[in-house]
Design a protein around this ligand. Sequence first.
Ligand code: NDP
Length: 297
Amino acid sequence: MTTIIDGNAIADRIRADLTDCVDDLVAAGTRPGLATVLMSDDDASETYVSMKHRACAEMGIENIHDEIDPSAPAEVLFERIDELNEDPSVHGILVQMPVPDHVEKRTVLERIDPLKDVDAFHPENVGRMVAGHARYKPCTPHGIQKILAAEGIETEGKDAVVVGRSDIVGKPMANLLVQYGEGGNATTTVCHSRTENLAEKTRDADIVIAAAGVPEMIDGSMLSDGVVVIDVGVNRVEADTEKGYELVGDVEFESAKEKASAITPVPGGVGPLTIAMLTYNTVKAASLQSGVDVDLP
Ligand code: NDP
């Protein structure tokens, strides 16, 4: 029997616990606040930001939203970040990526106060995570750790293969898997576009985490029996639907399901956790900045 992992159900449980934390913070005089800044006309970015707003609203997190014309000079964004850094009602700041080409992404990430960096992309927060004392963990890899824990999937001593080495998913995922402690202690291989014989690596794995952004590139023939498959990919492919496309993962679900002991679907697997963990980091940020302790899930 293959378990089809219900990411929505896991995220709902985490959100319910986080809502209790929000209530505790509000009772102590602090309402958590998340500022989102969108400097893009991209459809997908707008959708992601509005999903984040909805999640905040449902939990009682205040959301401050700014839209900056994508053709505006980079300084407009940097000055807005400076204002948000100074605003005590804002505990978390998220600049939706990608930003336009004329805005240097690195400068954006480094401009955000590390204490308000709820995406956990600031070098200080990356460094803390790598050194094993994370302040905030990046949302998608953290969400995947929560999925594995919720499903009782042990990582200790297991062979994990991460396909993808991006700064937002692949690298931090691999890093969390090799840390000491719960959700870590895995023997981890990181694969990317220059990897030779990818199928040999994935076939040797107990846990495969696919984050390449290539539709259905991993199929059942590349997996061993009993493997745990976490599919991070969200890819739009043309389809005969109202929107003209459908979303598929990086894993060919039907054939992978035949091999896997547990697998996340797309949609409804990793995605809901990514947003839940953003609210987690925002609640944690409000707790750290207000000095009010909360019992994070
Ligand atoms: P990036 O494009 O930044 O990184 C993709 C990585 O995959 C790169 O390291 C690349 O290698 C590697 N790769 C590309 N093609 C292959 C291949 N054929 N074989 C092996 N490795 C390959 O993507 P992201 O990490 O930002 O996102 C990955 C996917 O996850 C996307 O579909 C994205 O939409 C989705 N995503 C989903 C989230 C969710 O919440 N569900 C959150 C974030 C992302 P190289 O470095 O050599 O180029």
